[in-house]
Design a binder for this molecule. Structure first.
Ligand SMILES: NC(=O)c1ccc[n+]([C@@H]2O[C@H](COP(=O)([O-])OP(=O)(O)OC[C@H]3O[C@@H](n4cnc5c(N)ncnc54)[C@H](O)[C@@H]3O)[C@@H](O)[C@H]2O)c1
Length: 552
């Protein structure tokens, strides 16, 4: 299916890539044609002795995992697997299928391995294809589940008022069971509420197996992803330690074998746990631990601001001690898809999967709540910096540098920047944004339906309608022109060496600068003050000292 610019009035359903290329969604007739294509390809692949692997969900994890599996070779350098990436043909995601089939990655990242790997597997090794039909499951020796399992929060800064959104996952387990051969291994990689494999997936699939007259148990296993989209995207899947567990001996044997085939377990040994709930819990505890060490610094960040301390230097001083070298400065809130939700899946499972009524969780929900609201403080810093310059926040032109949740990636999910844009808008400011990795900030452009109609963060703020018109500027000079304030929100490499003189010249005069991530060193802070600017920063109480020195 090629990109098309035709408008077909009888079928106006298109899916758009982030760069605006549009692909027509499949029609009912396309399904039989697609099944025919798959049958032909798979007959050929089987004749080459390759195992057929279906990866369900071609998102940030599934798309690159599919390529890693498709790229796997035996000791003689021969490919051992043929991968079918399977993706729902929704308007939001269908475009990923034709893009992959052209050999192009559906995710943007700084890792130079991603694009050539997908191109190599699709066009040269011919070990990877993508499809929209669940019929693909019928051919699978292994199914990898990489679809999402969201946690919907009902209020801002209170993770306890929320729930795991299990519907997509539950539906997928049913569809998988209806289609797979009983010998197929089903490997759940999705981060799930602990207990999901044994207490949700197993009964759903077993019931369908019974209806199909199949006697055996579904071969279910869990092994979570530790993928880090960014510079080491591929390596964080292929060259990294894995934890896994199967629902029974056979499932465990199969998952261990599969992971040994596709991941460099010789250098990064596998940890095999007794039960899937242990593997599921390992993921949730791992991310809750990280959320907690980040949240812990929020109060010390405020302490630093109020007492003339540079928290960045304090952290660096502590990190010299090897026992404390994993301390990290939290930036403007902890976004990304995982840390804001994973602890919530644990809380939810305790009550709704395992049936407990008591409240044992103290630290994990508190950490998430702190992280979820940390970036609101950035709006206060911008307000105060502008006030010191005699400019009201209402109607001030504020440029946010960085829309994504972390440096050098294009993933905007739950980024601290989103929350600060929403709060500053509520306070009357005019917002603009620059991000070299983000072409469309869908959380704003499509805020009525993204991430879902009920879950946009817009519902927690007033006056958000105009944010539908917010567009990500790619030209930094243009973005700076006429700005009253600049918020350094993400540590993208493009922002680390910005020269204060150039920034001020491009803005056309003095500005308020808010540093959310320890991006400015003391010389730059000093220079901004010399240029008549105001500077504030998360955890950077020492700027006042520098200001006093400059102003004499
Ligand atoms: N993004 C990360 O950095 C990261 C890291 C570690 C773990 N994880 C976990 O991995 C899982 C996937 O995350 P992601 O970031 O890839 O999510 P994502 O939203 O980018 O991708 C999920 C994909 O699954 C598709 N999908 C949903 N239902 C489907 C169905 N029934 N059939 C086929 N496709 C379907 C969606 O359309 C989407 O393309 C989550 O559990 C997440 O917590 C993510």
């Amino acid at each position: 299916m090629n990109p098309t610019n035709r408008t077909n009035p009888s079928n106006p359903m298109y899916s758009f890539t982030p760069t605006g290329e549009k692909f027509q969604l499949p029609s009912p007739e396309d399904y039989s044609t697609e099944l025919g294509r798959l049958k032909e390809v798979i007959n050929h692949q089987r004749s080459l002795g390759r195992e057929i692997v279906v990866v369900m969900g071609l998102g940030f994890v599934g798309a690159v995992m599919a390529a890693v599996v498709a790229d796997a070779e035996d000791s003689k350098g021969k490919p051992t697997k043929f991968v079918i990436g399977m993706q729902r043909p929704s308007t939001r995601s269908f475009w990923k299928i034709p893009l992959i089939n052209l050999g192009q990655p559906p995710v943007s990242s700084e890792d130079p391995e991603v694009a050539p790997m997908i191109d190599r597997c699709v066009n040269k090794k011919k070990t990877l294809t993508a499809t929209f039909t669940y019929d693909a499951l019928k051919f699978a020796d292994v199914v990898i589940v990489d679809i999402q399992c969201d946690y919907l929060k009902e209020s801002l800064g209170n993770v306890r008022e929320g729930r795991a959104e299990m519907e997509a996952l539950e539906e997928s387990f049913e569809i998988i069971a209806q289609n797979i051969s009983p010998q197929a291994l089903v490997l759940i990689e999705t981060t799930v509420a602990p207990g999901t494999t044994e207490q949700i997936a197993y009964p759903i699939m077993k019931k369908v197996f019974k209806k199909r007259g199949l006697k055996g148990d579904p071969l279910l296993a869990h092994s979570f992803e530790r993928v880090m989209p960014g510079k080491n995207y591929v390596a964080s899947i292929r060259d990294f330690w894995r934890v896994c567990s199967g629902i029974n001996e056979e499932a465990t044997r199969r998952v261990v074998k599969f992971l040994k085939d596709v991941i460099h377990t010789d250098k990064f040994p596998l940890t095999v746990l007794d039960r899937p709930i242990e593997s599921e819990t390992a993921k949730i505890v791992e991310n809750s631990f990280r959320a907690t060490i980040l949240a812990f610094l929020d109060e010390w960040s405020l302490f630093a601001e109020q007492n003339g301390i540079d928290l960045i230097k304090v952290i660096n001083a502590i990190k010299v001690r090897p026992t404390h070298n994993n301390m990290i400065f939290p930036g403007p809130g902890i976004g990304g898809y995982c840390l804001p939700k994973d602890g919530g899946l644990g809380l939810w499972a305790y009550r709704h999967v395992h049936g407990f009524e008591d409240d044992i969780f103290k630290i994990t929900p508190l950490a998430i709540d702190i992280n979820d609201t940390r970036s609101l403080h950035v709006a206060q810093l911008a307000r105060d910096a502008l006030r010191n310059m005699g400019r009201p926040i209402a109607s001030a032109e504020i440029l946010v540098l960085g829309a994504s949740y972390r440096e050098d990636v294009g993933d905007t999910r739950y980024s601290g920047s989103e929350l600060m844009v929403r709060r500053l808008t509520e306070m009357g400011a005019e917002l603009r944004v620059h991000d070299p990795y983000v072409l469309h900030w869908w959380e704003f452009e499509r805020q009525d339906e993204y991430p879902a109609s009920s879950s946009s963060l817009k519902r927690f703020f007033r006056g958000q309608e105009k944010l539908k018109d917010l567009r990500v500027e790619q030209d930094l000079r243009k973005a700076l022109h006429g700005a009253d304030a600049v918020i350094l929100a993400v540590r993208h490499k493009h922002y680390l060496s910005l020269d204060p003189d150039e920034v001020v010249a491009n803005a056309g005069g003095s500005i308020a600068v808010v540093d959310c991530f320890g991006i400015l060193d003391d010389n730059k802070i000093k220079r901004y003050f010399e240029l008549g600017c105001e500077v504030k920063g998360l955890g950077r109480g020492h700027v006042k000292r520098i200001k006093d020195q400059v102003k004499g």
